[in-house]
Design a protein around this ligand. Sequence first.
Ligand SMILES: Cc1cc2nc3c(=O)[nH]c(=O)nc-3n(C[C@H](O)[C@H](O)[C@H](O)COP(=O)(O)OP(=O)(O)OC[C@H]3O[C@@H](n4cnc5c(N)ncnc54)[C@H](O)[C@@H]3O)c2cc1C
Length: 386
Amino acid sequence: MTARRHLPTDEARDLLALTREIATKELAPRSTEAEATETFPREVFSMLGQAGLLSLPYPEEFGGGDQPYEVYLQVLEELGAVWASVGVGVSVHALSCFGLAYYGTDEQRAEWLPAMLSGDLLGAYCLSEPHAGSDPAAMRTTARRDGDSYVLNGAKAWTTHGGHADFYKVMARTSDDRNGISCFLVPASAEGLVADPPERKMGLTGSATATMRFDNVRIDASRLLGAEGEGLKIALAGLDSGRLGIAAVAVGLAQGALDSAVAYARERETFGTRIIDHQGLAFVLADMEAAVVSARATMLHAARLKDAGLPFSREASVAKLVATDNAMRVTTDAVQVLGGYGYTRDFPVERYMREAKVMQIFEGTNQIQRMVISRSLAKDNAGQIG
Ligand SMILES: Cc1cc2nc3c(=O)[nH]c(=O)nc-3n(C[C@H](O)[C@H](O)[C@H](O)COP(=O)(O)OP(=O)(O)OC[C@H]3O[C@@H](n4cnc5c(N)ncnc54)[C@H](O)[C@@H]3O)c2cc1C
């Protein structure tokens, strides 16, 4: 029992079928053990790279899959339904490639992008700092120009893939002006760059999250992406797309929880009948289905605007807000449907619930999404037909 989908091309249908096969045969058998032991599955990302699943939304000329966002997000959803840590990792990797793909020079792209898109190199995205999450312009990490180099000092908190990535897309301050922030591609091998021990998290425990410390990290000036001072713009533009990635993973894990709940409710009996035949419980399942389907529609609407080259920032925030709030509700209800068993680690639904919580927090908390949406409404309420 999986989601009903409409995909635009035969190629997209094949891609979804391949993703489902990989998710079932390769991800599902590894996920429980890796989550329980808090082990980051680096080899899974190499495998996904070889299958072409790390490069889907990027142009073919750099080894990308040239797929519409609408298709890429449904692939992410399938991954998220089986293993959210991997779905989030794929989304963060895509985010870490964004600055180079869209703001790098031809020379920079030719040098680095193919290895990033093939998955030979795994990426991370360093925007947040210990005191600056929702307000990244308050960051303190600096990048000082010194001849043909920049020298970076500071700490970047919460880095997904921290300590495991091969390159870090880092936003750092190049002037005292609040928006005087620039974007750099820092290799993991740079001297002075070290990872703290990983955070001990409530969920998503197969995904390593660590503070990265920069102690006089010297990098070649050619590793600046875009112009000095463009870093915040690059970071936020990437987040519009990244938020759709998180929405997709959230829809996936809500679908996974719903599937588990329905399968259980069709088997479990109380008072002489299946629990799915008690209306009080059946309506909970109906509301879960409505929440998943409407979240998916919201996400695909934003993706189609993006694919058509239309503004989609407000809709991306709506999708992130709706998909992650719905995922929290659906996964919590899935635990309820399974009764006492739902509260144990013998069934996957408690894990889905723990994973759903962080989706409301990262890539802009849901309060910040409401801020983005309401600011956009205050500026421009005009509809656009494209
Ligand atoms: C597992 C995990 C992985 C992450 N991965 C990455 C990563 O790879 N790269 C990266 O750069 N960051 C990453 N983050 C950081 C994440 O993006 C931040 O945690 C998030 O943006 C919130 O920032 P904060 O934790 O500093 O909370 P704060 O900004 O301190 O916010 C605290 C609370 O106040 C609310 N709040 C803040 N400002 C307002 C306002 N103006 N109006 C209303 N409410 C407000 C927030 O919504 C929140 O509820 C990750 C975080 C987690 C937990």
